[in-house]
Design a protein around this ligand. Structure first.
Ligand code: UD1
Ligand code: UDP
Length: 374
């Protein structure tokens, strides 16, 4: 059986590389990997950590790329790859434009698609934009659906997708087996100060924010809130690995670069990231992946968005959606910083996203699927 995994951004790579590892070590499976290159350095960082073999690289990233250029480039360049390789199954992940375009290209070649991380929904097509539509369309193209949770399966059922839907957990938890170690030494020079910060009883707040719908005023609000929190709490140490998108990078550096306890750094690789997360006090983020990872370490997450497609950890009490108003961010963060009871309640380690065996479950399903009919 010939399986082609197609991905192109950092989060897809983090969640697909553990599965590729399983595919590569399975007899009877010929595993191939195609990177679209929607991301460049951030993607390569993940490939280096997992030491994944790459068979095709479409290298599409351009500065100021648009949703249209990403979609068209992936569609066009995958034609040749699919025609040459003729895979029995194409695997895509989640909700990026790479995933949707790769699924659509497979449909045009009448190749079955397996959708990893299927069934997440906010039911607002513009939030997150364009991810909600990407994953919905991908779900309707796919033949096999690998849902992280039972709730994701129910979401698909509501849309009439009931065949070949499997609950497997999320492969992001599998990634910890490669990335997290108790004796970990940070590669990033700034992060090498983590032990010193801990010794000085600094509370490390990890920040990430990059989403398209947050660019502009919401991102400015987030930065202003960070500045005020920095000035109000002298024991806080913010670490913010800044996304390379100039529309994120420029305002963030402009607004926060001169604060002594705000460390603006380039994106760190996933080993540094997971180990940093495991040691921090609190996460402020608009990322999807961080909402899944931090609860596993018992680190509370405040989500800098107005909704989430990952309500499982919200229900469990370790994640709270606080929105993008400056005053709401300051208020909710201050509560967690000053109210020990609230903090303790939120910092229970829970893991609604699986037990680290999602890749193995997906592999078993793929290899048992005697006929993948489209
Ligand atoms: C994309 C995904 C988003 C995911 C995010 C993860 C879509 C529509 N969006 O958004 O779902 O959450 O990736 O980070 O698929 N850039 C670099 N180097 C890199 C990566 C990006 O310089 O390695 C810069 C480029 O200027 C690029 C810009 O960032 O044009 C935006 O990248 P893009 O993939 O279009 O959007 P993301 O916000 O990263
Ligand atoms: N991440 C990383 N380095 C960073 C920031 C994030 O390795 O500097 C990881 C993070 O741990 C998570 C993933 O990237 O696994 C999240 O990616 P991102 O926020 O770009 O996308 P999203 O999850 O929002 O789709």
């Amino acid at each position: 059986m010939r399986v082609l995994s197609v991905f192109g951004t950092r989060p897809e790579a983090i969640k697909m590389c553990p599965l590729v590892k399983q595919l590569e070590s399975t007899q009877g499976v010929e595993s191939y990997v195609c990177l679209t290159g929607q991301h460049r350095e951030m993607l390569q960082q993940v490939i280096d950590v997992f030491k994944t073999r790459i068979d095709y690289h479409l290298d599409i990233m351009r500065p100021k790329q648009t949703l249209t250029t990403i979609t068209c480039d992936v569609l066009e360049k995958l034609q040749g790859v699919y025609s040459e390789l003729m895979p029995d199954l194409v695997l895509v992940h989640g909700d990026t434009s790479t995933s949707f375009a790769a699924a659509l290209a497979a449909f045009y070649h009448q190749i079955p698609v397996g959708h990893v991380e299927a069934g997440l929904r906010t039911y607002d097509p513009y939030s997150p934009f364009p991810e909600e539509m990407n994953r919905t369309l991908t779900g309707h193209i796919a033949t096999l659906h690998f849902c992280p949770t039972e709730r994701n399966k129910q979401n698909l059922a509501r849309e009439g997708i009931v065949k070949n839907v499997f609950v497997t957990g999320n492969t992001v938890i599998d990634a910890f087996a490669t990335t997290v170690r108790p004796d970990y030494q940070f590669k990033n020079l700034v992060l090498r100060q983590v032990p010193l910060w801990k010794k000085e009883n600094k509370r490390i707040v990890l920040v990430t924010a990059h989403r398209r719908e947050n660019i502009g005023k919401p991102l400015e609000n987030i930065c202003e809130a960070i500045r005020e929190l920095h000035n109000s709490f002298s024991d806080l140490l913010f670490v913010y690995p800044v996304h390379p998108n100039p529309m994120v990078r420029e305002p963030v550096y402009q607004m926060l670069h001169n604060l002594p306890r705000v460390m603006l750094i380039d994106p760190v690789d996933v080993e540094d990231m997971h180990n940093l997360m495991s040691q921090c006090y609190l996460v402020l983020t608009d990322s999807g992946g961080l909402q899944e990872e931090a609860p596993a370490f018992g680190v509370p997450v405040l989500v800098l968005r107005t909704e989430t497609e990952r309500p499982e950890a919200v229900d469990a009490g370790t994640v709270k959606v606080v929105g993008v108003d400056k005053s709401a961010i300051i208020k909710e963060t201050s509560v967690l910083l000053t109210n020990q009871n609230q903090y303790t309640q939120m910092s229970r380690a829970i893991n609604p996203y699986g037990d680290g065996t999602a890749s193995r479950k997906i592999l078993r399903i793929i290899t048992n699927e005697s006929t993948i009919s489209i």
